[in-house]
Ligand binder design. Sequence first.
Ligand code: GLU
Length: 315
Amino acid sequence: MTTTGHELDLIKQHLPAWLETSRQRAGHGMVASYIPELSKAPKEALGITLIGADGECVTAGDCGIPFTMQSISKVFTLILALMDNGEDAVFDKVGMEPTGDNFNSMLKLELVQPGIPFNPLINAGAIVISSLIQGASPAEKSARALEFFRRLAGNSDLDYDLDVYRSEAATANLNRSMGYFLKDNGVLVGDVEEVLEVYFRHCSISVTCADLARMGLVLAMGGVDPVSGERLIPRRYVQIAKTFMITCGMYNASGEFAIGVGLPAKSGVSGGILTMVPGKYGIGVVGPALGSKGNSIAGVHLLETLSHHMDWSLF
Ligand code: GLU
């Protein structure tokens, strides 16, 4: 039996009990409600899917519930923008540093010259990234992003949750002000409302843990889909994306997550977490109750448990 096979057997054996222990944390968290539609998510839910390089899959808990990608999508729009424009053009418009501020803060855009967003995973950065996706219209840009996500997930049925899309578009005063501010600074080029439409759409793509795990697996394997053998992302762009996931993927708790789990990861306000064990597994987690820093409280606990028992930390 391969080492990975043995490890997966161990995980299969213990995962249900570890998940139930972590689930108890959900009571201490809160489901996001600033996008009204998200508040309908089941607070006590917790699910996980792991997929190995040979396609073998281990699941536990509520892994089948659908949820929207939200900020997790920012990793993949960054990759698409890099593939469309190259590194120089992208890093002309967004920086490479963590902010220490909230994901939706505008503070440093005014305080720190030249007024470009600090990184592509905060909202300001991701909105600029949405403006860099190639396409003749917002619809074409969104269609290209959706198609790219479908290929990475190996799921041609991936689609938008239109209720969440409309709910965010109707209430996004802060993201809207950020877009106009960036436009005024000359960082965002194009029509602000059109760029925001692309941004809200990719945030509202509906997935399950299995979709996140497949997308994570492509990153874990350096950009190659191990199931089809096809290279979907240039290796260099995977390296860039994974570095951002380590330094800013878990909001202001990225340092804490690097110490507790030690794997590249990205979370979203719907309670999803995409992570991976490089060379081995893609992992998708959902747990809608969020802790004070905006990450799934039970999901982070479960990943800490797994990483600790399997000795997965990269550090
Ligand atoms: N669509 C969400 C927003 O812009 C994404 C935030 C997140 O998941 O962190 O507020």
